[in-house]
Write a protein that binds this ligand. Structure first.
Ligand SMILES: Nc1ncnc2c1ncn2[C@@H]1O[C@H](COP(=O)(O)OP(=O)(O)O)[C@@H](O)[C@H]1O
Ligand SMILES: [Mg+2]
Length: 243
């Protein structure tokens, strides 16, 4: 079953068409990857699904569990169980890491200590720290994943979970994804990384505001190898460009 479904979803920003009639089903319980060149509209698609303000005036329909959610605010969608980890991780000035995670905590999520353990940041050291720019971008991304582990949302959108993350920490991100899936989340990860793509079970190729292909990882990873996006759209990306 598709837990999340987009039907002919289009969006323009400042009169510029960004998403162009996207229809896609995200099957429940799978790890999906969305790949495609820089500027394809991947982050925008995640903001539209999340319902961030400025990204609400779409045409087409968004369904969560077969019910239209176009009219729902970001908070209402979060309450339904849709959650987004940002490409640039958020800062929560004035909150400690503990307070931030406590605010995210839901009954069926991991405990705060368990979540810190999964992402590999020692709880004793990190929980009292301010959740602000005194943490590195990579640390904030890991703490944002910890917030998802304590929350256990139904749909997890991860925007480039590997950016700013070193090789060792990347394994922790993969552990977090595996645990979220095991405990029932559907994961949609946007990525440029072959390593992240390999963790997915199904992938979509996005180009110029469209999803132009979908299928198994082997099929979609072929585009990385060829470094060529087969797209008959107006602005064919420069051959070799994958970001
Ligand atoms: N507020 C905006 N106004 C106009 N264009 C925008 C705005 N936000 C993003 N874009 C454009 O939308 C396109 C898709 O951006 P984005 O979703 O960030 O791509 P990706 O995440 O695939 O790299 C880009 O061409 C970008 O310049
Ligand atoms: Mg992006």
């Amino acid at each position: 079953m598709a837990i999340l479904k987009l039907e002919n979803v289009s969006l323009s920003l400042n009169n510029k068409p960004i998403l162009d009639s996207i229809s896609v089903d995200f099957w429940e319980g799978y790890i999906h990857a969305i790949v495609g060149p820089n500027g394809a509209g991947k982050s925008t698609l995640s903001y539209v699904i999340m319902g961030l303000s400025n990204y609400r005036t779409i045409s087409g329909t968004l369904y969560f569990k077969n019910k239209p959610i176009n009219e729902l605010s970001v908070y209402q969608r979060a309450r339904l169980g849709i959650s987004l980890a940002w490409q640039e991780p958020a800062r929560f000035e004035g909150l400690t890491v503990y307070q931030y995670l406590k605010a995210s905590k839901k009954d069926n999520g991991l405990s705060i200590e368990e979540a810190m353990d999964v992402i590999g940041l020692p709880a004793q050291e990190y929980l009292p720290r301010a959740c602000d720019k005194t943490l590195s971008g990579g640390e904030r991304k890991r703490i944002e994943l910890a917030s998802l582990l304590v929350m256990q949302p139904e749909v997890v959108l991860l925007d480039e979970p590997d950016s700013g993350i070193d090789v060792e920490a990347l394994e922790r991100i993969f552990d977090a994804m595996a645990i979220l899936k095991q405990r029932g989340s559907t994961i949609i990860t946007i990525t440029h990384s072959m390593a992240v793509l390999q963790k997915a079970e199904h992938a979509f190729l996005m180009c110029h505001g469209n999803i132009i292909d979908k299928g198994g990882i082997d099929k979609i990873s072929g585009y990385f190898e060829n470094k060529c996006i087969p797209c008959d759209h107006k602005n064919i990306p420069i051959s070799g460009e994958t970001r």
